[in-house]
Design a protein around this ligand. Structure first.
Ligand code: 13P
Ligand code: SF4
Length: 299
């Protein structure tokens, strides 16, 4: 293990690379990353990066976002087949049809979407700023995709607007695996429950807090124990950040695509420059604008 860590560190220096990892990455990747965060924090870190190479340990939409925000850098993803099944629920065609039905409604797409969908949208959002993004829009009706549970969460925070989920049933299989019985079990053990807004409404309604994975790192600094209703390795991240606090994670809440990133692939990625992220030319400008509009709101 130490050999592979040493080799990755050596190549990282040699190539002037920075390793950015999502909070759901396997522990061994979190350990070697220069920066670990949620999708908004990763986008901001990628935009600021001055290194020649950005290695994004996460799923493809995160790597594409890094490339869009910092096009001068070489952006690598160690496993180019690491996708996001939630992102696949939305297509530019669905956006076009929704616009035909609601001609004056702006389209907000979750950052968990393809570059083609971002290019077809008015603005992006992440789970950490979805409410702020929707609030910033003057229109009363908003088209929002692809996550219907996040759309429902935003609707609850902003009842004065109408949020139309596109498609109506977009969801993440990792977050929709939680049941009310899981909540009851957590309650029987004591402590507080925090869930991701991609969880279904019945889980959101029974949780003490709802937050992005980055929000979870801030909310859980004290007290505990905490029951973490999101991807399994978020609990590892929280235990590392807040030693001494008890975190209960869910062993079977696993994002298979996040786990496609391994140390062996990370090493090969730095050694052989694979795989470089290339966003198709027609999407670059409009997709970047949709993300930049969102980032302007965070400043
Ligand atoms: P966060 O932005 O909260 O990290 O969420 C990303 C994600 O893919 C959740 O499943
Ligand atoms: Fe996509 Fe769900 Fe994996 Fe997040 S946890 S990357 S939403 S499949």
């Amino acid at each position: 293990m130490n050999r592979i860590y040493e080799e990755i560190s050596r190549l990282k220096k040699e190539r002037d690379a920075i390793i950015l990892a999502h909070n759901y990455q396997p522990p061994l990747i979190q350990e070697i990353a220069d920066y670990t965060g949620d999708s908004l924090e990763l986008a901001i870190a990628a935009k600021k990066a001055e290194n020649k190479v950005i290695v994004l340990c996460g799923v493809m939409f995160m790597a594409e976002t890094a490339k869009l925000l910092n096009p001068e850098r070489t952006v690598l993803i160690p496993s180019p087949d690491a996708g996001c099944p939630l992102a696949s629920f939305l297509t530019p065609d669905i956006i076009r049809q929704a616009r035909e039905r609601y001609p004056s409604a702006p389209v907000v797409v979750y950052i968990n979407s393809t570059a083609a969908c971002k290019a077809a949208a008015d603005i992006t959002c992440t789970s950490g700023n979805a409410v702020a993004v929707v609030r910033s829009l003057s229109e009363d009706t908003i088209l929002f995709g692809p996550d219907a549970n996040l759309a429902g969460y935003v609707q609850k925070q902003i009842p004065e607007k109408t949020i139309v989920p596109i498609p109506p049933d977009g969801h993440c299989y990792v977050h929709t695996r939680f049941t009310v019985a899981d909540i009851q079990h957590a309650r029987s053990r004591g402590g507080a429950i925090i869930c991701h807004p991609e969880c279904p409404e019945d889980i959101q309604n029974r949780s003490d807090h709802i937050a992005s994975s980055g929000g979870m790192t801030r909310i859980t600094q004290d007290n505990g124990p905490w029951h973490i209703f999101t991807e399994r390795d978020m609990a590892y991240r929280l235990r590392t950040l807040h030693p001494g606090i008890v975190f209960y994670g869910y062993e079977d809440a696993v994002c298979d695509d996040m786990k496609k990133i391994t140390l062996t692939k990370l090493l090969a990625c730095l050694k052989e420059n694979k795989t470089e992220v290339i966003v198709p030319e027609p999407y670059i400008k409009p997709a970047r604008e949709a993300i930049e509009k969102m980032l302007a709101l965070c400043r």
